[in-house]
Ligand binder design. Structure first.
Ligand code: ZN
Ligand code: ZN
Length: 119
């Protein structure tokens, strides 16, 4: 093991994004929601909102468009007495970074979590 290649003279910039790259896995965790609530911001669009932030599992930047159906006067149940001021969004990671084992036609690392959006 004396002739091991060490490119000490050619140091490259190292991006410490994922200290431990995570394989694709459809998992959730209470911490995901906690972390997401802290680092996601809401961007309003004409059709709804886009949640922008870093995935709490893999740390990759991601955007999650969310169309708020309940907000458009869908009043099937007229017996609702309390106006909904908090809505739960089920988010899932949509990052474009590679994750081992991910199905070819999907995005993200598989993480999902619920986020409450308050009016
Ligand atoms: Zn990722
Ligand atoms: Zn992720």
């Amino acid at each position: 093991m004396s002739d091991r290649e060490v490119n000490s003279s050619n140091q490259r910039k190292v991006l410490v994004v994922n200290a431990t790259p995570k394989p694709y896995a459809e998992v959730t965790d209470d911490d995901f929601a906690t972390v997401a609530a802290e680092n996601f911001s809401i961007r309003e669009t004409s059709g709804g909102v886009i949640l922008v932030g870093a995935c709490p599992r893999c740390g990759d930047p991601m955007e999650f468009p969310w169309v708020d159906d309940t907000y458009r006067g869908v009043t099937e149940t007229a017996t609702v007495t309390a106006p909904v001021s908090r809505r739960i969004v089920t988010m899932l990671c949509t990052c474009t970074a590679p994750h081992e084992g991910r199905p070819g036609d999907s995005f993200g690392c598989g993480a999902f979590w619920n986020l409450a959006i308050e009016d």
